[in-house]
Design a protein around this ligand. Structure first.
Ligand code: HEC
Ligand code: HEC
Length: 299
């Protein structure tokens, strides 16, 4: 409902009439109670009325007090003409609560634009040492990233921990900026792209477990040769490949869990982690500050 819907036709005239009657009524009251020359009773003398032991004396309001009243009434007329007040009249200043809000938003944007512009000139590694910038980055993180990575950035099953200095795609400033700007689409095909029987999966799982010094129920030696297929994305020694986001399988830090059961599931179903791109929603300057925050977490 807009203002004009509400103050249609007679309602509009009604409001104007009520406002006018009130203001003019006040004026009339002041005039009516003023000191009249035909009153011959001296100031401080009795007016001749008394009730219940209380007597009315002739004590007119002081002039300054009366003038204040006249002033407030004049003020009301001026105010109602400048601002919307006479029914749905817009007021000479054209003020609305909406355009005041817009002006304040613009003022805030201008201020933050300047802050982000200043930060954009500072390298991410330097900015990560600026407590004010890190705080702004943390707030952006809370609004845009915490949903998946957790408010403490420690991640969750399938969502990488960003504070542990273990990186899928690399932890340099440029690599972090690239992750946020363009997003990341991981592609781990079922069986690593090889057709695998259940026994093959069990054997390969056993081999993967040996990479972090453990043992599985399958035959690791039987799978060893097949790991050549995996090495394209995980490296020949299993320490990962940041170009493709292939995780390090030797460090006992797991994105999807490191139990035998979890690894069997990874090999059977494959994994396709998706990190959305923020290029369009946040823009370069905010991503720069966010990257500084993420960088600061593992400094
Ligand atoms: C919809 C969930 C989601 C949101 C929202 C999200 N991320 Fe991610 N992010 C992921 C996933 C999933 C990955 C891992 C992709 C993969 O599996 O390869 C990831 C990866 C990353 C990486 C790379 C980590 C590494 O180890 O190399 C960074 C850095 C990152 N995210 C930062 C952010 C930041 C900063 C934001 C907020 C602007 C954000 N993410 C928002 C899901 C999300
Ligand atoms: C085409 C590239 C590619 C190949 C080939 C590949 N992987 Fe992967 N693998 C990935 C990627 C990328 C991820 C991360 C998935 C994600 O982030 O969603 C992954 C994840 C995994 C994980 C889960 C790691 C964790 O931290 O939870 C395991 C285990 C794994 N791969 C084992 C293998 C094995 C064993 C093979 C060979 C049979 C193999 N992968 C072949 C790309 C590959």
């Amino acid at each position: 409902m807009t203002g004009t819907d509400f103050t249609q036709g007679w309602v509009n005239g009604w409001i104007i009439a009520i406002v006018l009657i009130n203001l003019l009524g006040c004026l009339w009251l002041l005039w009516w109670t003023r000191k009249r020359p035909e009153d011959h009773i001296a100031e401080g003398e009795s007016m001749g009325h008394s009730f219940d032991g209380i007597e009315e004396l002739n004590n007119p309001l002081p002039h300054w007090w009366l003038n204040l009243f006249y002033f407030t009434i004049a003020f009301a007329f001026i105010y109602l003409t400048l601002y919307p007040g006479w029914g749905d009249a817009k007021g000479m200043l054209g003020w609305t609560s909406h355009n005041q809000w817009e002006m304040e938003v613009e003022k805030a944007n201008n201020r933050f634009d300047r802050v982000f512009k200043d930060y954009a000139a500072i390298p991410v590694e330097e900015l990560a040492k600026d407590p004010q910038a890190v705080k702004i980055g943390q707030r952006l993180f809370g609004n845009n990233c915490a949903l998946c990575h957790g408010s403490d950035a420690r991640g969750n099953l399938g969502y990488p921990n960003l504070v542990d200095n273990d990186w899928l795609y690399g932890g340099s400033a440029d690599q972090i900026v690239a992750s946020i700007t363009h997003g990341r689409n991981a592609m781990m095909p079922p069986g690593g792209g090889l057709p695998m029987t259940e026994q093959d999966v069990l054997d390969m799982t056993a081999y993967v477990l040996t990479l972090s010094g453990r043992k599985g129920s399958g035959n690791a030696d039987a799978a060893k040769a097949k790991f050549a297929v995996c090495s394209a994305c995980h490296g020949a020694d299993g320490t990962g490949n940041p170009a493709l986001g292939g995780p390090n399988l030797t460090d006992n830090i797991w994105l999807y869990g490191g139990t035998e059961k979890a690894i069997i599931e990874t090999l059977t179903l494959g994994r396709q982690g998706k990190m959305p791109a923020f290029k369009d929603t946040l823009g370069e300057e905010k991503i720069h500050v966010l990257a500084a925050y993420v960088y600061s977490l593992s400094m």
